[in-house]
Write a protein that binds this ligand. Structure first.
Ligand SMILES: [Zn+2]
Length: 409
């Protein structure tokens, strides 16, 4: 008999976790390695303890919870996602994937079932990148795309380093971040878009992701007085940044439907009333389903900023600090997920992920795949992010069914 996930237990766990770092609007705020993220990690570890899972942390704080198999020589079947959120986070982004994995472990425990291969459930550190850039930091370090020492030195807006935050939160582990004995990797996630709802799809089979390129732009002008300095003598970094932000939006509008671009973060100096700003830092990104179009979007951005710099007499330095994708996930694993969904009479659809996910970093290391469940209204990174109990349960059941086939019984 195939074990079944318990929809009520899974739902309750998601709601219990959402109560850690609650926002007034009903969402969650658990920035990476904050006290809230640390509390959520503690709750997760507490839930894992009675299941007999062994917890290992690596030096970037990634959590690995292992369930032994009957064949010690078999590579582990790994799955999971992330528990950190953006400041305006909802209850499901990342959390669903980790707690669906927890529910897989609980269902196997209920059924008294041992798998042949070991299972490993993962909570990746700092997927969102809201507090410490770049995003997908834990999986990036794990995959060798960012050196551990470099990641540890990255600071948040208050000058607190990743190393310091890891130490303070007690999340730094002893294991060296890097590939483990995994035969494959699966991640369940909410869609974060409206496509599945619009097409009545139960399970999205993620074929791959967009190509995204992230930049920090530093605009340097001249400090001056807002009164006596005539408009033609100003080199206003904030006004130049405003022009940049609109240029990013124009590039995005021209790149739809496959492309997106966003300016998301700004820091302004001296940020003082009475002063024309002289240094402004802006983070932005461009992304497209076709990698070459994302590269063209970057060229358009660089052309726009050269024009703005000339017209306004400011300097604009570009730091292309991160990229992700394009990734094609493993088609055999994708076919397995589809087969498992169809065996449960669920509708499926091939999807391209427009958001970054830890799976993008893991895919080059071992066969990897993702499944999506619908997001009501496509709303995400928002307290109103929502998927129904049934949608969540279907995704977790397909994950369990796939894990069982991959790990063997
Ligand atoms: Zn996520």
């Amino acid at each position: 008999m195939t074990p079944s996930i318990n929809p009520d237990r899974l739902w309750r766990s998601i709601m219990d976790l959402a109560a850690i770092g609650p926002t007034p609007e009903g969402g969650s705020c658990r920035l990476a390695l904050s006290p809230e993220d640390t509390a959520a990690r503690g709750q997760f570890a507490d839930w894992c303890r009675p299941l007999g899972l062994t917890l290992q942390r690596d030096a970037i704080g990634n959590m690995f919870l292992r369930r032994a198999g009957t064949d010690p020589a078999a590579g582990a079947v790994a799955f999971g996602s992330h528990l950190d959120t953006v400041p305006t986070g909802g209850r499901f982004d990342g959390v669903f994937g980790v707690l669906a994995g927890l529910e897989v472990m609980r269902a196997l425990q209920d059924a008294g079932m041992r798998t042949r291969a070991p299972l490993e459930l993962v909570n990746w550190t700092n997927e969102e990148g809201s507090r410490f850039a770049p995003a997908m930091m834990g999986s990036r370090v794990f995959a060798g795309g960012l050196a551990l020492e470099a990641a540890l030195a990255i600071t948040d807006d208050n000058g607190v380093s990743v190393a310091h935050a890891l130490r303070d939160s007690g999340q730094a582990g002893l294991a060296k971040p890097g590939p483990r004995d995994w035969s494959c990797w699966l991640e369940a996630h909410i869609e974060q878009g409206p496509v599945m709802e619009g097409t009545n799809t139960d399970i999205g089979i993620v074929a791959g992701t967009v190509h995204a390129r992230y930049f920090q732009l530093v605009v340097t002008g001249e400090p001056s007085h807002v009164g006596p300095t005539s408009m033609d003598r100003r080199h206003d970094s904030l006004a130049a940044t405003a022009a940049l932000i609109l240029a990013v939006e124009r590039i995005a509008l021209a790149a739809e439907p496959g492309g997106r671009a966003s300016a998301t973060w700004i820091e302004n100096f001296p940020n003082a009333r009475g002063n024309v700003a002289n240094v402004t830092r802006l983070h932005c990104d461009v992304r497209h389903e076709q990698a070459e179009r994302a590269i063209e979007m970057e060229a358009e951005l660089r052309e726009a900023l050269t024009g703005i710099a000339q017209r306004r007499g400011v300097r604009i330095d570009v730091d292309p600090y991160a990229t992700f994708g394009p990734i094609a996930f493993d088609p055999t694993l994708g076919a397995l997920l589809r087969r498992k969904a169809e065996a449960r009479q669920l509708s499926t659809r091939d999807m391209i992920a427009a958001a970054g996910h830890d799976s993008v970093l893991i895919a080059p290391l071992c066969p990897s795949a993702m499944l999506f469940v619908p997001s009501v209204g496509g709303i995400t990174h928002n307290p109103n992010e929502y998927s129904t109990r049934e949608q969540i349960a279907r995704g977790a059941q397909v994950l369990l069914d796939a894990v069982l086939e991959l790990a063997g019984t």
